[in-house]
Ligand binder design. Structure first.
Ligand SMILES: O=C(O)[C@H]1O[C@H](OP(=O)(O)OP(=O)(O)OC[C@H]2O[C@@H](n3ccc(=O)[nH]c3=O)[C@H](O)[C@@H]2O)[C@H](O)[C@@H](O)[C@@H]1O
Length: 430
């Protein structure tokens, strides 16, 4: 027996024969019992707190979204069904994510106006003043569009929505927007633009019938490209910001879900959309606020005093492009999570094809506001901004009948009129 005792229990270790062995065994058993309880406790907490044990987003993200989701009950279901109801011949039933956002509000209202069924979804996060999102929500409520409060990262909640209403289409506009904020809060971009997109596509792929999906990409995917105008055929592998990188990732993810599951997917690359009810984090918006308040504004310039320009696109033109994309979207081909045949996969530029230098945008605002701006010219910061954007829209023109008609002067006039009616003469903070 002696030789057995001398055999190492694990290679390189000899069994110890010491008077402390029994004591050590006692402590080991106590430790094991303690950690078993901790482990069981954790399993208990995860199992009962997580909204979906199958959530691919991870428990932390799911918990965050659970807090923002409010659902269930017959009254809730009734509101969804009524809002989703198609009221015109050949109408469609659309789930609009990010419905309390700038583009989401305008698209939802336009769909409702022509008799489509529309249910909105928004988590009302505080990236910018949520009271503006609430005001847009009231606007839509008056138009008969119900916005459900919830998060695209909450899989259980999304499944529930699809159980209550059958959506023929999803207009996916919920996202973490803004180019410069990506350096401050990078994880919010991954959370919304990548994890959120995957969750939504997972639920869509399992829905019966699968909806056709139209979603917002961005002109920023063209990144450091210098060939203009930007065409859908150009390379998009040099993003200048994490925001752009997450939108580019979204385009690749769309390809995968189309390829494996037969989801019909149309991505729209928006070019600096502006207009009434816009986003306060965008330059035209906070320039207006600061000019009215007599505060100085920073106008960026490129290297060697080069002009920084954008293909600013008016919201009504963008809405027409979104509706055109929804109307020409073919049905998804999968069912029960399985592809039955090849499905449509598209990508379009939605721009204005008429870039305007940022300094000219400021001159137009000065004329409309009748206030001279306090301009300070700054070198374009290296935080993700690109010097210019310019869309080639011939593909969207041919396939969607997309034809922008609003120039920057006309569009800003409408924006300024709205801004003053909403915030007053500038004394109330935007
Ligand atoms: O179309 C797009 O792809 C993107 O358009 C905007 O991004 P951006 O074009 O950078 O719009 P703004 O942030 O409003 O900037 C407009 C122009 O003003 C310039 N700018 C911005 C801020 C500032 O203080 N000064 C200044 O000159 C920027 O460099 C840019 O040329 C949106 O914020 C993105 O969410 C969207 O995806």
């Amino acid at each position: 027996m002696k030789h057995i005792d001398n055999i190492p229990s694990t290679p390189g270790k000899l069994k110890e024969k010491s008077p402390y062995n029994r004591l050590r065994l006692y402590f080991s058993v106590a430790k094991l019992t303690f950690w078993s309880f901790v482990f069981l406790g954790l399993i208990f907490v995860c199992f009962f707190r997580s909204p979906s044990s199958s959530s691919p987003a991870g428990s932390d993200l799911s918990r965050r979204s659970l807090r923002t989701s409010s659902y269930d009950g017959p009254a809730w279901e009734k509101r969804i069904k009524s809002s989703a109801k198609v009221r015109s011949r050949n109408g469609i039933s659309v789930l609009v994510t990010g419905a309390a956002g700038f583009v989401g509000t305008h698209v939802s209202a336009a769909l409702k106006r022509r008799g489509d069924g529309v249910v909105g979804l928004d988590n009302f996060n505080d990236y910018y003043d949520p009271s503006l999102k609430r005001a847009r929500q009231s606007l839509l409520e008056h138009a008969g569009v119900y916005i459900v409060e919830g998060d695209i990262n909450d899989v259980t909640f999304l499944k529930k929505l699809f159980d209550v209403a059958q959506f023929s289409h999803v207009m996916h506009l919920a996202a973490q927007a803004g180019v410069r904020y990506a350096m401050e809060n990078p994880s919010s971009y991954v959370h919304s633009n990548i994890a959120g997109l995957v969750n939504l596509l997972e639920v869509c792929k399992n829905a019966n019938p699968q909806p056709a999906i139209v979603w917002a990409s961005s002109s920023s995917v063209y990144g450091m490209n210098i060939k203009v105008p930007f065409s859908e055929m150009d390379r998009t592998d040099q993003p200048a910001s994490l925001y752009a990188a997450t939108k580019k990732a979204g385009e690749e993810i769309a390809h995968t879900y189309n390829h494996i599951y037969g989801l019909s997917l149309t991505g729209l690359r928006f070019f600096t959309v502006y207009g009434p009810w816009g986003r306060p984090d965008m330059a035209y918006f906070f320039f207006t606020r600061d000019i009215l308040k007599g505060q100085s504004i920073s106008i960026f310039e490129a290297a060697n005093h080069g002009t920084v320009a954008r293909d600013f696109t008016y919201i009504d033109d963008i809405v027409k492009g979104c509706l055109g994309a929804l109307d020409t979207a073919e049905e998804s081909t999968g069912s029960g999570g399985k592809k039955k045949g090849p499905a449509q996969l598209r990508m379009f530029n939605l721009g204005n094809t008429s870039p305007v230098p940022v300094s000219d945008l400021v001159s137009i605002l000065e004329r409309l506001l009748k206030v001279k701006a306090k301009r300070s010219v700054m070198k374009l910061p290296r935080n993700g901004d690109v010097p210019f954007t310019h869309a080639n829209i011939s593909f969207a023109q041919r396939e969607l009948g997309y034809k922008p008609t609003t120039d920057l002067q006309t569009g800003l006039k409408k924006f300024v009129r709205w801004y003053i009616s909403y915030y007053g003469d500038g004394k109330k903070s935007a």
